[in-house]
Design a protein around this ligand. Structure first.
Ligand code: HEM
Length: 89
């Protein structure tokens, strides 16, 4: 199980690679993820399909989850977070 409280060094977490061939879309991708996540999390009630163990697995240079982490849409949020409502995209 991944311990979410553990601090990772910059050399352990490399989703965009590193060095001279590092992903040129990194800044765009990270901003896009924030926008999409804010929209989804403010509108949708989500749940995990199962609570089975997910382990970190090496994929060449980078690390990913050992299996897909599937989620289900349980419904729409009736009360939106005021902090997220204040953000207009
Ligand atoms: C979550 C989104 C993304 C992830 C996880 C990701 C990840 C990566 C990784 C791991 C590499 C290889 C880096 C290396 O060899 O060290 C790469 C390269 C690259 N990525 Fe991304 N990427 C993402 C989004 C994007 C976007 C949105 C663009 C363009 C708009 C983009 C354009 C590129 C290009 C052109 C390269 C080749 C860079 C080179 O070889 O010099 N990526 N990306």
């Amino acid at each position: 199980m991944i311990n979410s409280k553990r601090q990772f060094s910059p050399y352990e977490y490399l989703p965009f690679g590193g060095g001279a061939r590092r992903c040129i879309g990194m800044a765009f991708a990270q901003f896009e993820m924030q926008v999409v996540l804010a929209e989804i999390l403010s509108r949708c009630e989500l749940g995990l399909v199962d609570h089975g163990e997910v382990r970190p697995r090496r994929r060449g240079l980078v690390t990913g989850p050992s299996r897909p982490i599937q989620m289900v849409l349980k419904g729409q949020r009736s009360v939106k977070s005021p902090s997220l409502e204040a953000i207009s995209f």
